[in-house]
Design a protein around this ligand. Structure first.
Ligand SMILES: [Zn+2]
Length: 93
């Protein structure tokens, strides 16, 4: 049996992706000026994820706050900054 199984790669998760989505939901509930169309939301998440460090873990459920490399507040600030960028140059039609 090989030591490295390429099919195990899908067990590695950037847990910051999940955190960005969760914080984004809170943000759009409180800021009606943010366009929630597919194009704008995907741009917003992509910009935010490019501006925070990734945090890879093997098990998505085995997630401890103590190991977070970036705070919820820092993610929120990056989302707010990304929302301003998207508002100025939206890709929606
Ligand atoms: Zn839009």
């Amino acid at each position: 049996m090989p030591i490295i199984n390429i099919y195990d790669y899908d067990k590695i998760h950037n847990i910051n992706e999940k955190r960005v989505w969760e914080i984004l939901i809170q943000l759009i509930e409180n800021d009606e000026s943010i366009c929630t169309c597919r194009d704008c939301i995907l741009d917003l998440v992509a910009i935010t994820l490019n501006n925070i460090p990734p945090h890879y873990q093997v098990n998505e459920e085995d997630f401890s706050e103590a190991y977070r490399k970036v705070s919820d507040e820092a993610i929120l600030m990056q989302l707010i900054n990304a929302a301003e960028i998207v508002k100025k140059n939206p890709h929606h039609l």
